[in-house]
Structures are given as structure tokens and as C-alpha cells.
Design a protein around this ligand. Sequence first.
Ligand code: SF4
Length: 448
Amino acid sequence: MSGVEVIATAGIDTAPEESALVRDSRDALSTDGRLAAVLPGFHPRRAQQDLAAAVAAAFEDRAVLLAEAGTGTGKTFAYLVPALLSGRRTIISTGTRALQDQLYHRDLPRVRDALGTGLRAALLKGRANYLCRQRLERTRGENRFQSPAQAADFQRIAAWSARTRMGDLAEMESLPEDSPLLPLVTSTADNCLGSECPFWGECFVVQARQRAQEADIVVVNHHLLLADLALKQEGFGEILPGAEAFVVDEAHQLPELAAQFFGEGLSARPLVELARDAVAECRGVDGALAALQEPARALEQATRLLRAAMDVLPARGTRPQLLTVPEAVEALEALDSALMALTDALAPLADAAPGLEACQLRARDHRDRLARWRDLDDGGHDDESAGQSGPAVVPSSDDDVRWYELSPRGFRLQRTPLDVSGPLRAHRERSRAAWVFTSATLAVEGRF
Ligand code: SF4
């Protein structure tokens, strides 16, 4: 195969009668094919036809295909053609959101129109990309902006919210990707109120998910694919199991991302957001503010103190490195106590409002993550309160690497499994689908 190296296949019949799908895929990309007839500037390439044939065969056999396709092969069309001609429910995963938008808005419609297939396609991003109407309204009520510019940005989001159909924040081109407003107008799996939300019926996250469930081709990115596989409950957990084929483009990025998703982390920002959300959710609940204001303030303070104690450390390091700093060890203990105090203060209020119940679950989850990162099995943690504050902490595994990372004002405590091939393989086998992994650089010295 010129220009395409099929590095490994599993489950593909190696001496097949060429099936109709393989033949049609090759033909569509040939000199006399439909793409050449319809798309101006389309150049038929042998390597592209070969790759399309290999992808089609993998689809037919529900097999695994690893294909390295050099620049200029035209690999996007080479997998889109068999995916569209097969009529099978296919998930296509790209490396970034920008590539996802390009594939969905440009390449997919061109190939679909050229082939004349009427398949339904959907674009699905992680929930942080969609406006959350409930949080938008809450933020509007609070008016807690740090500057006039931020207040003006919020007004633009509010005006756009009335006219957007998809609620995809990428539509707001002038809003910076790191705008501090984003956490205030988007949801996380932790703070989403789910079916108890007053905006459930018009929720953009729910609608995006419904469109994906009804579509034949769903374009996702690796973050979302892995979140789904790792059951991180991005809120889309039922999308992927029904797929008959997965195409993972830019597949060389998968191992590193997978290590993040099959581990877990705890960072400063969600801790501060939890403290603020707990206070914000007090509105309309008798006695809630009196009970929560102090533990919420203490949690913010403990988070800030931990970051300050880590200032003497390098920007990235291991858990043993962090534990050599006595102030940081104390600050970790204080953070644990603050999370416990907030969890306990929230407990009698959880039934009063869904938002307060969600905050209690978040506080408990953060505390559990912190305990697993600290590895309290060998750290002598006094966990007398676990019975009151939540379920016992799940022990962490010896196969994890525990490390930290600092940003200018934040930190992340991360647990990463040493080997992600096991969980990835288990998910792939359970899916009983075809899996196609492709990239310009998949092999190292001829091996995946
Ligand atoms: S259901 Fe969740 S994401 Fe949707 S509007 Fe409500 S809180 Fe926001």
C-alpha cells in the first residue's frame, strides 16, 4: 500500500472476496468516482483508496485497524467514505475541538453530499462547551462581576443566549477560552441539577445529547470519547454504547489523554467554586446562609493556604516532593478538615434544595479524591467522621503515579495510572464495534 501503512489489524479476514462496501469505497475515491465528479480540486490517490478499502474491511468485520497515513494521503475522506456508505452508527473522534468543528462543518457535508447519502450527523462536545441556562440565570441574579469589562461580556452572553439554537459557546468568537465567566455560565457533571433542573426541557446539553443519540454519525473529540469510556459521567454516558464503529483520528494523542482520564485529579478552582456555589445556593432556604457561610469561607481560605504553601516547590513534581514541605502537609490536613466541615454543614440542608444536595455530594467527592491522593492507608489518617460525612474512602492503587502541578494561582493534585492499555482494551472489547485508529505518526520503529 503506497503511503498508508497498516500497522496492525485484528479480526480482519486477510483473504477476502472484496465486499461491496470495500469496492464501493475504493470506487467512490477513484478517478471516475463520485468525489472526483462533484468536488472541485479533488485528486484521486491510490494511497487514499487503499486506506478507504482497509477501513471498509474493518467496518465489515467489526475489527481493529491501526493505520499510519502520511501527510497528503487524504485520510479524512478515506474514513468518511466507508463510514457514510456503510450506514452504520459511527463515532468519529478528533484530537481537538477545532478539528471537530472543521470535520463536522466542512469535510463531512462535502463527502455526504457527494455520495448522496441522507445519513444524520451530529456534533457533540463536552458539557463545558454549552451554555447552562440555570447557571446563567443564577449569575444574572448575583451580579458578582470582577470588572466592568466582565459585566459587559456577561451582557453579551445573556443577549446571545436568547438567539442561539445550539448554545455552543464557540459561536461567541470574541469570548476568550479562559474567560473567568465560563465556569459561571456552563455546568459540570458535579453542579448540573439534572432532571430536577427548572431548565431541563430547554437545556442545550440535553438537546445536544438527544441529537447525538438520534444521529448515524457523531463527531466527538478525544476528551469526550475518553470521558465517556472512563465513565466520568460527562452527562453523555448513553451515547457511545450503541455505536457499531469508532474512528479515532489523530490517534497518537490518545495514550497521554487516556492517562488523565483513567486517573483522577483535584484542583484549586473546583474547590473555590464549590465554596461559592454553596453560599449562592442558600437563597430562599431558611437558616442556610448562617450555617454555610463560615465553612464555605474556611474552604476558600484552606485552598488559598495550600497554594501558598506550595510556592516553594517546582511547578511540577511528585507527591513525595510535596510531602517534604511541612507547611504543605499541614495545609493538606486543613483542607481535608474544611471539606469535612462543609460536608457536615450541608448534610441537614441537602433536602431543602437540589443545589445544596449537589454541593454536599461535591464536597464529599473532593474529600475522597484528596484522601486517595494523600494515600491515607499509609498516612495514618484519622477518618472517624467518614461515617457521618459519606462513604468510606476507596483505597488507591499501587499502580498509580501521584503528582502535583502548579499554575500561577492554582494547583492540581493528580493520580495517573501507569498503564492505560488494560482499561482501553477492556472498553474496546466490550463495545463489540469496529475500531479504526489513524494518524500521520502512529508507529515508533515499526511498532504501535
Ligand atoms: S440540566 Fe444541568 S446543564 Fe442543563 S440547564 Fe440545568 S443545570 Fe444547566
